[in-house]
Design a protein around this ligand. Structure first.
Ligand SMILES: Cc1cc2nc3c(=O)[nH]c(=O)nc-3n(C[C@H](O)[C@H](O)[C@H](O)COP(=O)(O)O)c2cc1C
Length: 186
């Protein structure tokens, strides 16, 4: 079975992202076709990228980079849970992605975005980033609205249709993640 990391990309005190990522993880854990883990970018205390050598060279010098690399490397696929800040993803998530290279290559990803407009612009930005990292990003995505999936913009109450959307996205992530695992073995 492939391993899928659900990556929580917001670090703001009082963040909505924590409830969203935990909800995704609970849905994922009901499945038996992959293993899932929840990874909180905040736990890695990554400073703004401070590696002297570009990550694509794989010569990491800092303990925080090595710890982040060791965490991400074993996974076959990812679900990025992203807020939308100023029509993009969070600086924290972009920074965490930028730290690594080979650990992302030839793997699959899906997205759960949230914001006033469902986080869709943040996800579009992430899709451009995925291309450079050789991550195959699936079409199905989950868009959660601050207006209809939260009460008072803060209490997460996802619409009844949203769990199925998570599973549709996971179906595609697991399918592509499984195939790409065989490619990496070659
Ligand atoms: C700095 C900042 C910029 C934001 N910009 C947008 C935006 O461009 N589009 C949008 O739909 N929501 C925007 N929002 C609303 C956030 O998507 C919303 O507050 C969300 O809960 C943020 O995720 P978090 O609570 O996990 O930090 C912004 C919020 C912040 C803090």
């Amino acid at each position: 079975m492939i391993k899928v990391a659900i990556i929580l990309g917001s670090t703001r005190p009082g963040r909505n992202g924590e409830a969203v990522a935990k909800w995704v993880y609970q849905i994922a854990k009901k499945r038996s076709d992959a293993e899932f883990d929840l990874i909180d970018v905040q736990d890695f205390n990554l400073p703004l990228l401070d590696e002297p050598v570009p990550p694509s060279m794989g010569r990491y010098s800092k303990p925080h980079t090595k710890a982040w690399s060791a965490k991400i490397d074993p996974f076959d696929a990812f679900v990025f849970v992203t807020p939308e800040y100023n029509h993009g993803t969070s600086g924290a998530l972009k920074n965490a992605i930028d730290y690594l290279y080979r650990e992302w290559n030839n793997k699959a990803a899906g997205f759960v975005g949230y914001g006033s407009a469902g986080g869709t612009r943040a996800v579009e930005q992430l899709r451009l980033i995925m291309a450079e990292l050789q991550i195959a990003d699936v079409r199905a995505q989950v868009a959660l609205s601050l207006f209809t999936d939260f009460e008072n913009f803060t209490k997460f109450k996802p619409g009844a249709d949203k769990e199925q959307m998570v599973n549709d996205m996971l179906d595609q992530v697991i399918a592509w993640g499984s195939v790409l695992k065989t490619l990496r073995k070659k």
